[in-house]
Ligand binder design. Structure first.
Ligand code: NI
Length: 189
């Protein structure tokens, strides 16, 4: 089932997501729905808060980048209860976008490497280190579980310049071909 994507300004995008329980019978269904939503929206990653669930799950399918970045070949993974253990390497900048912040692409500076502990969909514990494009996607998705959006990493000047666009997204004025869940905004009298 496709789910609407929470839009910039929705409070769930600002919450620290809670871990899921191993026996939780809803987890697999949520993951299926998240994959369906991610493919429908042409995303390479999707975190549960983006489908209005404040739990520590995100997905990555980077295979659409295979031409540009051969190292992502076949990379499709589910990260359950992830925790970043360390980051390292040189900081570098790359343009990022986000399904919750449509129409905005900005260069974000992040460390190259990230080591992450998580459970896969079979509840096998894993600890892996990623760098390059995968390190970047994983750090972007992980941020969602911590209530952080890529726009938070931009300079104060950039944020000021984007203020109007961000407000428009929150008001449902962004042009998207998928359903969004907007924040409830109090109308001025
Ligand atoms: Ni995002």
């Amino acid at each position: 089932m496709k789910m609407p994507v929470t839009a910039y300004g929705h409070p769930i995008l600002r919450k620290v997501a809670r871990p899921v329980d191993k026996g939780d019978p809803d987890v697999n269904e949520l993951i299926d729905n998240m994959f369906e939503t991610m493919y429908h929206t042409n995303g390479v990653g999707l975190a549960a808060p983006q489908v209005n669930r404040s739990v520590r799950i995100f997905l990555v399918d980077a295979t659409s980048y295979e031409k540009e970045y051969p190292e992502v070949k076949g990379f499709k993974k589910v990260f359950i209860n992830p925790e970043v253990i360390r980051r390292g390497g040189k900081d570098w900048k790359m343009d990022e976008g986000c399904l919750s912040v449509p129409g905005i692409n900005e260069a974000v500076q992040r460390p190259d490497e990230v080591t992450i502990h998580y459970y896969d969909q079979n509840w096998e514990a894993r600890e892996e280190t990623y760098s390059g494009i995968l390190g970047r996607i994983i750090q972007h998705e992980y941020d969602h579980l911590e209530g952080i959006l890529f726009t938070d990493h931009l300079s104060p000047l950039k944020k000021t310049l984007l203020r109007r666009k961000l407000r428009d997204i929150a008001h449902g004025k962004a042009e998207v071909d998928y359903r969004m869940l907007l924040p409830q905004i109090k109308k001025k009298q």
